[in-house]
Design a binder for this molecule. Structure first.
Ligand SMILES: [Zn+2]
Length: 139
């Protein structure tokens, strides 16, 4: 049987995306990557130390030039799908690295599976009757 441990990520990537990259940030969360999405403008405020360990994603040349020493990807395309492709290519992310739908798209926390029976009466009947697995966000 071997052991049943979940395979390790060969890439442990977490990201901080600037405010122009909201859709890209959402896609990274959908794939399971821990991604902060900045409502604030990095230009005026600078990139704080909390994000030091994260891979910065920016479309702003000035941010790129000011942060050469950090882990950073300068995103070239305007199109979210092309942006995602660029990140995946640069980091060499493959199928083993993604955990689709393991993370809440809205707040970035990990979601967990819940027992269907616990949700009886708390969801519309139609939803409860037609689905067998449910996941919730702790937030
Ligand atoms: Zn959430």
């Amino acid at each position: 049987m071997g052991n049943s441990s979940i395979p390790e990520f060969h890439i442990h990537a977490c990201f901080a995306a600037e405010k122009t990259l909201g859709t890209l940030a959402k896609w990274l969360r959908i794939l399971g990557f821990d991604t902060l999405y900045e409502q604030d403008d990095w230009n005026s405020r600078g990139v704080d130390s909390e994000k030091q360990e994260r891979m910065l994603l920016t479309r702003t040349k000035r941010i790129w030039e000011k942060n050469r020493s950090r882990k950073l990807i300068f995103i070239k395309s305007n199109h979210p799908f092309e942006q995602l492709k660029q990140v995946i290519q640069i980091l060499g992310i493959d199928r083993a690295d993604v955990r689709p739908f393991s993370r809440c798209v809205r707040c970035n926390t990990l979601i967990r599976r819940v027992d269907k029976a616990l949700l009886r009466g708390r969801l519309p009947d139609y939803i409860w009757e037609t689905h067998d697995t449910f996941q919730i966000c702790n937030q």
